[in-house]
Write a protein that binds this ligand. Structure first.
Ligand code: ADP
Length: 538
């Protein structure tokens, strides 16, 4: 308020305010500096994980549970960052993950580098709004250039999609598993991809991921259908049904037990018999109904008691009980059936269809596989692996791979990786800066310096002398016609044509990472006051 301004002017620019006890307040540059410091610190933590030679982080939560990963989004999530700016970076990582599923570490490191450069400009008394507008102009130039150099590919170019999938998993799992997972990811996404109103959609939600530890990562399998982590409920039931007509229930197949507080007064033993018979008859009538409709498989979210199991088995019906709600919903979508809550009202139209339902042994356990579904877009990946943490990390890797494949199917343009695009951006933004002039020019140049953090960090993580490598890389990008393909081979340390190394990334991942980083930076540079309420005494 103007009252506050007047008060500040009186004391010569030193921000002092009388506040309610406990409230903390920081202004202007001080506020911004605190925020930048926090963002830099978070980005610094992330740097060592970037690229195939990046290290893992061991995260231990308050309950002592351990996660070992180098997945950016997971690290930020688990770090439990308390500071609001730290939380903002967690948000960028989440957005990056939701939008394109990869490049989270890149986005956060870029944001840290942009803020570091911004801080230097603030020191030169360049106003934050000038920095922000310079960064935005640089982002536009960068985006346009990346779109220009991006290579168009065919949506169903399996070999290209595999390279992109493999790049997202470089250094994270063994070479053989990486290629195998890349193949699974490509097959799964191509199966679910579809054209809707002229637009290609490859929705990750259509790929069910089921984890079962035991076995090896190489035992991971792609299932064209749904996997239900339950057994067939009774030994006498069939374990394999061809041409399944399926009832999907959200209803118990059990004799109603009287409510705890209900009192049944029975004087005559015949009454007990009559009561039980009545209940039994209801169950029998359900099974008769199934038979009449030609149902040969039943999945329910609720229980199936012994009596019901007996009748179902006698009718040759395969039944599974206590199916997870999320699984039954997948079955509904995959088999084209409807979830039934009242069996009496069930009709033919409620039934789902699958070419094959089979109970199979997976390790020491049994699972029910529902395949050749009415909706062929339903696929699952059953991840196996020696122990739980390995399976969890495999899931994260596979999700990255599925994401980048989906990115390319939806927008079929790719770029070389290994810091090549960032180096190109630095080059064109520097050229552009000369045309900007004024104080904004400093901000545009700062942007160019900031994006070099990606090749620089890749070089550092490979244990190389980053200064030498960057100089060489800069030179190649500026002087060679196909210089745009050159990046850092994280394994040999050499400046290399990334195309020949098959290190290839989706255009959208690179665009989104730059955009997210600039958005976060802008947000931080717009904050000129922090008002933190006092913590509750506890
Ligand atoms: P992010 O969460 O940002 O995807 P990663 O740790 O997965 O972070 O690292 C991705 C970076 O590693 C990208 O810039 C990618 O091009 C690069 N990269 C992947 N494989 C290689 C490789 N073999 N050589 C050099 N860089 C690589």
């Amino acid at each position: 308020s103007s009252g506050t301004q007047a008060y500040l002017a009186q004391i010569g620019g030193v921000p002092v305010l009388v506040l309610k006890e406990g409230t903390q307040r920081a202004f202007g540059k001080e506020a911004m500096r605190i925020n930048i410091m926090v963002a830099k610190a978070v980005a610094e933590v992330m740097k060592s994980t970037l690229g195939p030679k990046g290290m893992d982080k061991m995260l231990i939560d308050s309950l002592g549970d351990i996660t070992i990963t180098n997945d950016g989004a997971t690290i930020l999530n688990e770090m439990d960052v308390q500071h609001p700016i730290g939380k903002l970076l967690v948000e960028i990582a989440k957005t990056q993950d939701d939008e394109v599923g990869d490049g989270t570490t890149t986005a956060v490191i870029l944001a840290g580098a942009l803020l570091e450069e911004a801080e230097k400009l603030l020191d030169k008394n360049i106003h934050p709004t000038v920095v922000v507008s310079g960064f935005k102009k640089a982002l536009d130039v960068a985006t346009e250039h990346l779109r220009k150099i991006a290579v168009p590919v065919k949506r169903d170019d399996i070999s290209m999609l595999k390279k992109v999938a493999a790049t997202s998993m470089h250094g994270k799992i063994s070479e053989t598993v990486k290629d195998y997972f890349a193949e699974l990811a490509v097959k799964a996404m191509l199966q679910v991809a579809e054209e809707r109103n002229g637009k290609w959609i490859a929705d990750l939600d259509n790929v069910q991921i089921v984890k079962k530890y035991g076995g090896a990562l190489e035992d991971t399998q792609l299932v064209y259908g749904i996997v239900v982590d339950k057994e067939v409920v009774h030994a006498a039931m069939p374990k394999r049904i061809v041409n399944a007509k399926i009832a999907l229930l959200d209803a118990p197949l059990e004799v109603e037990k009287p409510e705890i507080d209900a009192e049944i007064r029975i004087n005559d033993p015949n009454q007990i018999r009559a009561f039980l018979e009545e209940e039994e008859n209801i169950l029998k009538s359900y099974v008769d109904k199934f038979k009449a409709l030609g149902v040969n498989a039943v999945f329910t979210t609720k229980g199936i008691d012994d009596m019901a199991q007996y009748y179902l088995a006698k009718a040759g019906i395969l039944a599974v009980r206590r199916v997870k709600r999320s699984d039954i919903e997948k079955l509904v979508r995959a088999t084209g059936g409807r979830l039934v809550t009242n069996i009496e009202d069930m009709t033919e139209a409620d039934l789902g269809f699958a070419g094959l339902i089979e109970e199979r042994r997976v390790g020491d356990e049994k699972m029910v596989f529902v395949e050749q579904c009415k909706n062929p877009k339903a696929v699952s990946i059953l991840i196996r692996g020696g122990f739980e943490r390995l399976v969890d990390e495999a899931e994260r890797n596979l999700t990255d791979a599925l994401s980048v494949v989906s990115d390319v199917i939806e927008e079929p343009y790719v770029l070389p990786g290994g810091g090549a695009p960032e180096m190109e951006v630095a080059k064109v933004v520097r050229q552009f800066a000369a045309k900007v002039g004024g104080r904004e020019q400093y901000a545009v140049e700062a942007f160019a310096n900031a994006v070099e953090v990606i090749p620089k960090t890749l070089a550092e993580n490979a244990g190389l002398d980053a200064v030498d490598v960057l100089t060489e890389l800069r030179h190649i990008h500026e002087s060679k016609e196909d210089g745009w393909k050159f990046g850092i081979n994280a394994f040999s340390g050499k400046v290399t044509d990334m195309w020949t190394l098959d290190v290839i990334e989706p255009l959208t991942v690179k665009l989104q990472a730059l955009k997210a980083a600039v958005e976060a930076t802008t947000m931080v540079l717009r904050i000129d006051e922090i008002i933190a309420a006092s913590k509750m005494e506890g």
